[in-house]
Design a protein around this ligand. Sequence first.
Ligand SMILES: [Zn+2]
Length: 84
Amino acid sequence: MDTTHVQIRHQLEAQLDRLVHRIGEANGDPRLLPAGRLEAAAIKSALTRLENGTYEMCTKCGKEIDPRRLMAFPTTATCLRCSI
Ligand SMILES: [Zn+2]
């Protein structure tokens, strides 16, 4: 895993920590829970893709995701074309 991936991973793990904390605090709040869970799932999936080396690959078409897109949306799993 290269330096960039380590940085992204730390960033995602911190984000997930904060999110889990927020979900815990918002326990029972029906407006926040679904969005929070979706976001947590997206972060976990990005972490898995980082680990198995498919982080830069679009999960729909298999092509490389634009690095600028990944920089802006670190949890994105698809390229711009497939996200539309
Ligand atoms: Zn794609």
